[in-house]
Design a protein around this ligand. Structure first.
Ligand SMILES: Cc1cn([C@H]2C[C@H](O)[C@@H](COP(=O)(O)OP(=O)(O)O[C@H]3O[C@H](C)C(=O)[C@H](O)[C@H]3O)O2)c(=O)[nH]c1=O
Length: 529
């Protein structure tokens, strides 16, 4: 039995690979994963009791930990799947990609080199370092042709540039130190356990929930779809018999335009849910991804000739099984939400430079149906916050007492930071009105409920996305229950200037707050739509 250290084994491809390797009963797997937003131990709960499976939480950038694990478990090979992998996120926060994909791979290579050089000859000869990369390092194709192993690198996104950099490091460690490395380049994977920010799981979830289906640009961009199970089989074969110092392309041989993929998903969702609706009516063409590669296609003939690998799952079977899996694994989808991602658009040009999660107007409609409607609750006043920018930075006027409606003039001010996915409230005040400022960093979903029995809008709810992408102030009068949740990927800031002192003069009086957070069966639930 060989022991493999899999990095990123709690991610999409990683967790499928861990499961496949354990199933063969020929491997012991040490899974080291940092558990970022995309790493999910829920994906591997069926393996928790397996004697051949060990999980360690850790970062590939922690070279000491990597070295310790390699020695402690007497590892026979490394398969490096730890990576930041979402192109849209790399537009908002390229630094995370450089850190994990470039610096992390370097630290892992260094630890592996030191360990490998300490091995006895027989063990060092059979040792392998497999680096899992992407076809995106080759850039974009026109209408014709396919990427081969000799296609020159031409990465277009911070994501693909960071993967290309890591590929070069891996190659250099082979050329310079003779570390037995192999690099693989795969096309777009799909299948179970894929984080629902990627096209296929995103569209399945939104189609099933009756939400708008965002298609970037014209929808004519082409991807070559590879079922994750086929990808993992190829990785296993390459680990066992691949030629050291070379690279292998792994593609599904299934080129499809994004629009075709979305239509296939819609048809499958409609058939499987027997809803009688036509999900494709929900398709919305939205602003294109910056630097959007037009077409990817992979020539896997080297892998087929040398190792006899061929994809075995057709797109028709694969998409049917994948849609079924997502429809019947709602608990897994829920488990991905704890880091605050709820299907919002990522990766549009940043408009104020402070947040990766940037939401377009179409997402706002999607996430909060009344985004563009006025709030009709008496006394609730929204105000768009203007940002004055110059070469030094920006300035926002949060309120002016010559503009604040009489009776709401602030007497104190404070700011709070709220972590991604975390909410504050719901609560209300008997006497106090709040004057909130949401201007970033962070985007918040603000919830208001009118609980004033004598109000014409009594019992109604209003939600709006406010913050970095939609800077707004809002006055919330007494009797209006309010809550907000940070729906972005970074800590967010909220300003508040109430018209009453917290706990009164000298903090000697009762706090004016009716809290509904803990109330059982409360009507004030933070439900998104
Ligand atoms: C999320 C989303 C995507 N798209 C388009 C953008 C692409 O043309 C296509 C697939 O997008 P996705 O982000 O799922 O995947 P790629 O950008 O092709 O990259 C993926 O495949 C390679 C190999 C990797 O290496 C990446 O790690 C992996 O994320 O659908 C939309 O039209 N709407 C959407 O909401």
């Amino acid at each position: 039995m060989r022991t493999i250290l899999i990095t990123g084994g709690a991610g999409f491809i990683g967790s499928n690979l861990v499961r496949q390797l354990i199933r063969t009963e020929q491997y012991r797997v040490i899974n080291v994963d940092k558990l970022t937003y995309a790493g999910n131990l829920f994906s591997l709960r069926d393996l928790e009791s397996s004697p051949n499976y060990t999980f360690v939480q850790g970062d590939i950038g922690d070279g000491m930990l990597m070295l310790d694990l390699l020695h402690r478990y007497e590892v026979d090979g490394v398969m490096n799947l730890a990576a930041e992998s979402h192109v849209d996120r790399s537009i908002g926060s390229p630094g995370d990609f450089v850190q994990t994909n470039v610096v992390g791979t370097y630290e892992l290579l260094e630890a592996t080199r030191e360990y490998w050089q300490s091995l006895p000859e027989d063990k060092s000869a059979s040792f392998r370092f497999i680096h899992i990369s992407t076809d995106e390092v080759f850039g974009s194709l026109g209408d014709e042709g396919a990427f081969t192993e000799s296609t020159p690198y031409s990465p277009n996104s911070p994501y693909s540039a960071s993967k290309a950099s890591s590929d070069h490091l891996v190659r250099a460690y082979h050329e310079t130190f003779a570390l037995p490395t192999i690099t693989t380049h795969c096309s777009n994977n799909y299948g179970p356990y894929q984080f629902p920010e990627k096209l296929i799981p995103l569209i399945i979830s939104k189609a099933a929930d009756g939400k708008p289906l965002p298609v970037y640009g014209t929808g004519l961009n082409v991807r070559d779809w590879l079922h994750v199970e086929d990808h993992c089989t190829a990785l296993r074969l390459i680990f066992e018999s691949g030629r050291v110092g070379t690279t292998y392309n792994i593609g599904g041989g299934t080129e499809k335009s994004n629009l075709d993929v979305v239509h296939s998903i819609c048809d499958t969702v409609d058939r499987l849910t027997s809803s009688g609706k036509k999900s494709s009516d929900q398709i919305e063409f939205v602003r294109d991804r910056p630097g959007h590669d037009f077409r990817y296609a992979i020539d896997s003939s080297k892998l087929s000739k040398e190792l006899g690998w061929h994809p075995s799952v057709s797109f028709a079977e694969g998409i049917e099984a994948t849609v079924k899996w997502y429809l019947s694994n709602q608990d897994w989808i829920e488990s991905t939400r704890k880091h605050g991602y709820e299907g919002q658009r990522l990766g549009i040009d940043r408009n104020d430079g402070d947040d990766a999660a940037v939401i377009t107007s179409s997402d706002m409609t999607d996430a909060a149906p009344n985004q563009n409607e006025d709030c009709t609750f008496e006394g609730v006043v929204f105000n768009k916050l203007g940002k004055y920018e110059d070469s030094r930075g920006w300035l926002i006027e949060l309120f002016r007492n010559d503009e604040v409606p009489a009776g709401n003039e602030p007497v104190m001010a404070y700011m709070s930071q709220t972590l991604p996915g975390v909410s504050r409230g719901p609560h209300e005040h008997v006497d106090q009105s709040d004057l909130f400022g949401f201007f970033g960093p962070g985007d918040f979903r603000l919830y208001l409920w009118d609980s004033r029995k004598d109000s014409p809008t009594f019992g109604q709810r209003f939600t709006r996305i406010v913050g970095a992408t939609n800077p707004q102030s809002v006055i919330v009068p007494p009797g209006v229950v309010h809550a907000y949740k940070n729906i972005s990927l970074h800590p967010g800031i909220v300003f508040n200037a109430p018209n009453r002192l917290y706990a009164g003069h000298g903090k000697q009086e009762p706090v004016d707050e009716i809290r509904h957070e803990e109330a059982d069966g409360s009507e004030y639930q933070l439900i998104d739509a």
